[in-house]
Design a protein around this ligand. Structure first.
Ligand code: M6R
Length: 611
């Protein structure tokens, strides 16, 4: 979590930093701060958002060409002015911004306190900056060596930018577990947690690896490991456009991203599906196809929305490829001594590619010699770099904290993988395979149709915006969508919502139903249609309010339900791609009507890079 940004060059650092923080604010927005580095160093920081920081700084002289900025998601210490970054060391020689957690901070703090060092904040980051200065002063060494020595004693995760007022023409960057990208310009360098603040200046970037330490001046960059071994920086070219990270005329990123889904799904299968000969090709899996075909079991790991996509994957792989699947929360998987064998395939799903629990689960799975694959959206992020192979989702940058287009892109990749493996194993007939490919290519057009009904979703949102609870029910492929619908509503509108398999309702949740309870029932025409009709009757018999999502043209449920949301006909396996869209829009409108900040919901951050 937390967004960090740094600049060294010839431009006005303030502008680069403040714009960078705005781009990174989705990573955390409890407090924000900026330091302009020179041999005194001015720090401005306050509780609140980047706009609060701008107001706070207005009127001050912030000129300078070297600096760093931070937007925080609190871990140690409440969000307030003092705990905001940047942090200064006790004699003011070092300034630091930090993303991550220093796990042994308490021990280090005890040691420093017993040496008479006083702390201003409650943060682990201030412990680190004081520790660096302590080593610097004791060891009579340069700033770089002090940083390296201090970090070799640190346990935990960090992405860091550090400056030293004795060497004011340099920035030091270090990474372990928390992402850090360096943008390479002409006599200037940019640092950031991800590439979004960099893209408007340069497309050339260096992704730091764990244990890398970079010392950067206007004239050059020296990359070393924590152990002082020199590294050759690899410069990558970003395939990202500035337009992709703007709101593009929409009021919120979330709305833009919902409406982008026809394009993001198309981009995800574009070049991988041949419409003429109706075949599929996933280049990222080419070298591992034999192991996939021979897999004894697939274990899918992820968190939040990515875990929900994984649940859809379970139905897809079992249905189409006849491989048994387990879907696990990455956070549970990594701590329960899982049994993984070399003929298992582990698939990590993550939009950001940086989620700490998923990344740790990937590292654990790799030790078992299983084939470890990634389905990620952010190119060059940590998970794709750790995995043996994988498939990018090509959804484009997702800035809204609530995941929307990432989910549909993940499901698209999972469907393509299941179809391909099923066909290669010969458990999916050629006829069915081709007809699925055709159906997949029709999905973007069908989502366009759903989006055109946005006003209808808004009307329903208006009726139930004051509800205290919502229940979402689904069966089969739509059970994970029920979970996802409930997550979307609770995370952005703060209404309590639960997703349930429809048939489980009578084993407990039915007790919740009364005339005030909206129940969203995902009831498209599939093999369990008759069963779900009965579930709706059970809700109606208890005076519940039924908002039914049905296949267009359906009449039985339409006559029973209080409200209906229609989606076009498609194959059962693709219904999650359509059914989730009205639920995203319903949540969005309810949250807006309740006055919530949909792009930056309280207490959340986009990339959860802490455990
Ligand atoms: O970047 P990831 O896909 O690994 O993120 C996983 C979850 O943190 C994420 O899906 C989260 O649940 C979203 N806020 C859901 O909208």
């Amino acid at each position: 979590m937390c967004g960090i940004v740094g600049y060294i060059g010839y431009r006005d650092a303030w502008n680069v930093l403040i714009n960078g923080l705005k781009r990174l604010e989705y990573r955390g927005y409890d407090s924000a701060g900026i330091a302009i580095v020179n041999n005194t160093c001015s720090i401005y920081k306050c509780k609140g958002k980047v706009t609060d920081l701008e107001r706070y700084i207005a009127g001050n002289n912030v000129s300078g060409t070297i600096g760093m900025g931070h937007t925080r998601w609190a871990t140690h210490g409440e969000p307030n002015d003092v705990n905001a970054h940047p942090h200064k060391s006790y004699h003011g020689k070092f300034i630091l911004i930090h993303n991550g957690i220093i796990e042994n901070y308490a021990k280090l703090k005890e040691k420093l306190t017993s040496s008479g060092i006083k702390f201003q904040s409650e943060t682990d980051s201030e412990v680190l900056v004081n520790f660096i200065e302590y080593i610097y002063e004791k060891g009579n060494i340069n700033a770089e060596n002090a940083v390296r020595l201090a970090l070799s004693k640190v346990i935990g995760a960090y992405g860091l930018v550090i400056a030293c007022t004795d060497e004011p023409d340099k920035l030091i960057a270090a990474r372990n577990g928390s992402p850090l990208v360096i943008g390479v310009g002409n006599k200037e360098y940019f640092l950031a947690s991800d590439a979004t603040p960099i893209i408007e200046y340069t497309k050339s970037v260096i992704y730091l690896n764990d244990n890398d330490v970079a010392v950067i001046s206007k004239d050059g960059l020296v990359l070393k490991t924590l152990k002082n071994d020199q590294q050759i920086p690899r410069i990558h070219q970003l395939d990202l456009d500035i337009g992709e990270i703007d709101k593009g005329g929409y009021k919120h990123f979330m709305l833009k991203e919902i409406f982008e889904q026809p394009r993001s799904i198309l981009d995800t299968f574009r070049g991988r599906v041949s419409t003429d000969i109706k075949s599929l090709h996933l280049g990222g899996l080419f070298n591992v196809m034999d192991r996939l075909i021979g897999a004894r079991r697939i274990i899918i790991i992820g968190c939040g929305t990515s875990w929900h996509a994984g649940l859809v994957g379970e139905y897809l792989f079992e249905d189409l490829a006849r491989i048994s699947v387990e879907v696990e929360y990455a956070s549970e998987f990594r701590y329960r001594n899982p049994i993984i064998t070399p003929d298992d395939v582990v698939i990590a799903i993550s939009q950001s590619g940086e989620t700490a629990d998923t990344l740790a689960a990937v590292k654990l799975a790799k030790k078992s010699k299983a084939l470890v694959l990634g389905i990620c959206n952010v190119v060059g992020s940590s998970i794709p770099r750790e995995t043996d192979a994988g498939v990018y989702t090509h959804a484009g940058p997702e800035i809204g904290v609530a995941s929307t287009k990432a989910f549909t892109a993940q499901v698209t990749v999972l469907a393509m993988m299941a179809m391909l493996i099923g066909r290669m194993k010969n458990v999916l007939s050629e006829k069915k395979y081709k007809s699925y490919i055709k159906s997949l290519t029709e999905i973007p057009g069908k989502i366009e149709k759903i989006l055109a009904y946005d006003n209808e979703f808004k009307k329903i949102a208006n009726l139930y915006k004051l509800a205290n609870n919502f229940l979402y029910l689904g069966r089969g492929y739509l059970f994970p969508v029920a979970l996802e619908g409930a997550l979307k509503l609770k995370e952005i509108s703060y209404i309590h919502a639960e997703g349930y398999p429809a048939a489980e309702m009578k084993h407990g949740p039915i007790a919740l139903i009364d005339h005030k309870m909206p129940v969203v029932v995902l009831a498209t025409k599939d093999s369990s249609y008759e069963k779900i009709v009965s579930n709706i009757q059970e809700v109606k018999a208890r005076n519940g309010i039924v908002i039914a999502l049905v296949t267009e043209g359906e009449s039985t449920i339409t006559n029973m339900a209080d409200h209906v949301l229609e989606i076009p006909v498609t194959d059962n396996i693709f219904t999650p791609l359509l059914a989730v869209v009205p639920l995203q829009l319903l949540s969005y409108h309810i949250a807006i009507m309740r006055g919530c900040n949909v792009d930056q919901p309280r207490n959340l951050a986009k990339s959860v890079t802490v455990e």
